[in-house]
Design a protein around this ligand. Sequence first.
Ligand code: F3S
Length: 292
Amino acid sequence: MDIFLAKHRGFCYGVKRAIDLAIKSLENAEPVYTLGPIIHNPQMVRHLKDKGIEVADTVEEIAKGTIIIRSHGVGPDIFAKAKEKQLTIVDATCPHVKKAQQAASRLTQNGYQVVVVGERNHPEVQSILEWTHNKALVIENSAEARNIAFFPRLGVVAQTTFSAGEFNTIIDILETKCDELNVERTICMATDQRQQAAIQLAGEIDVMVVVGGRNSANTSRLAEICESAGCKAYHVETAEELRPEWFHGVKKAGITAGASTPDWIIEEVNNQMTQFQNDSQFEQLEQQLQES
Ligand code: F3S
């Protein structure tokens, strides 16, 4: 069995930056907390806990020390509360998310009705909304876009991980819902690159292993995309979950991983799959020797 890795896989720039900033903040020799799990990967969250980085659900829980704002970002109230408590703030908001927050805030100040295109309950969308003092509307899909009222001036930003194709369809609809439309293109390419690379590899192999947290929406999406491309896909969080029978008779297998999956977990999966390959070659050799 040959094993192929998707060209784009694993940590995106924003997640890598957040983890690096979190680890660096340990140098200050004071308690360090992330506000919510830093990424949707339980293994990485545990790894950081072992190093001394705890997860707090609210600012109120933190008495003193460093608070790390994760890549999804937060609203201005959280920054104000953390300052009031004299916490050291490490802002690991992904620069792409920051750009969306700033665009939404600027458009609101300039008198536009802001529309955020994305998943209503996603923490990133919530953070963008807060920078408009919750005046923005959220649109999740074309049907919702068709249902909004007419506004003289609409300003649009997107959740950074939203599908670019679907966003363009929604923009076409919103053009009919206002006199003036101001669109800020805030979609980041990392998700799209991982999806395109997975589709390409899925067309060339028999089985795909998709590595990442079960709570990671972008990892689950990668598995769905591979299945839609006609390739059997298995979503695993760690190498221990791999089963040798998944690879019986398989000539080519692929590995891809969501944007919150660390390299060391991808490496462990690759090593385990190589081990299965060696074991099956050994079994075949043993069988041939018995038959001769
Ligand atoms: Fe940032 Fe894009 Fe990753 S928005 S957190 S680089 S998926």
